[in-house]
Design a protein around this ligand. Structure first.
Ligand code: ADP
Ligand code: MG
Length: 259
């Protein structure tokens, strides 16, 4: 089942001679639980695509559907709330708030939503990300890898259906970036999340279930590939064994509650 669908996305900047087609008719569908890598040269349109998928920017034309919501139908405030609850963003520069501790940074999206964090879940993810002894530290007293793990925990805390990451390991050394990617992959599997991640690093792209190459604002058809030996089923479908938190069940429960 597709959790994310983009249809005929176009993003044009400027006009006439200075027209830039940052995205030129991109359609893509991502299955629940899939780990997708977006690859392509600098300036090819990767960040533009990711920003459209997460509703951080609006397309010139075309649309994006996340779960059962069409982003273009939402008003700005609705979109803000939707993003905070359903989408976790991870950026190259971590985007942590310097005057908040690791703990405060992690719980920020939940607090902004007027809620209290799920303490048990927080403990679980911070232990998993090996941050449990660093929670009182300010970002300036954390290594790059630790800061990025704080950003990952922040992206996970609201239990979003989708994680969108723009070159999350771009500022990390190769050993640290390997570890961060493995953790991201493991957490997303554990919590049944879908990941769409931009990367320049071929070794990281190899770890994905599927790779999409963007070239001049278009998907390069020959380069749409799935990991060797993997069938089309995702981990989500093959290994839905635990009764851990699951975005779908969660959603169904809340729907039931409302009904
Ligand atoms: P990538 O992430 O693959 O490096 P981007 O998506 O950032 O590429 O950019 C795609 C193209 O769109 C580039 O040619 C870039 O210069 C252009 N672009 C991106 N944002 C803007 C903007 N705000 N105004 C004008 N051109 C832009
Ligand atoms: Mg970019």
């Amino acid at each position: 089942m597709a959790v994310l669908q983009a249809s005929h996305l176009k993003k044009y900047y400027g006009r006439e001679e200075s027209l830039v087609k940052a995205l030129d008719d991109v359609s893509v569908s991502v299955e629940e639980g899939q780990f997708v890598a977006i690859i392509g040269t600098s300036g090819s349109g990767k960040s533009t695509l990711l920003n459209m998928l997460g509703g951080l920017d609006t397309p010139t034309s075309g649309g994006v559907q996340v779960e059962d919501c069409r982003l273009e139908d939402m008003k700005e405030e609705q979109l803000t709330v939707f993003r905070r609850r359903r989408i976790g963003f991870i950026f190259q520069n971590y985007n942590l708030i310097p005057y908040l501790t690791a703990y405060e940074n992690i719980v920020l999206p939940v607090r902004l939503d007027g809620k209290t964090e799920d303490k048990k879940f927080l403990k679980e993810i911070t232990e998993f990300l090996e941050l449990d002894h660093k929670l009182a530290n300010y970002p300036s007293h954390l290594s790059g890898g630790q800061q990025q793990r704080v950003a990952i925990a922040r992206a996970l805390i609201s239990k979003p259906a989708i994680i969108l990451a723009d070159e999350p390991t771009g500022n990390l050394d190769s050993q640290t970036s390997d570890k961060v990617i493995d953790l991201l992959k493991m957490t997303s599997r554990k919590f049944h999340q879908t990941i769409v991640m931009i990367t320049h690093n071929p070794e990281i792209a190899e770890k994905a279930d599927r790779r999409i190459r963007i070239e001049d604002g278009k998907i390069h058809p020959a380069e749409e590939e799935r990991a060797a030996g993997s069938d089309n089923r995702t981990f989500e479908q093959t290994e839905r064994t635990r009764d851990d938190w699951n975005p779908r069940t969660d959603r169904e429960n809340s729907r039931r509650k409302r009904a």
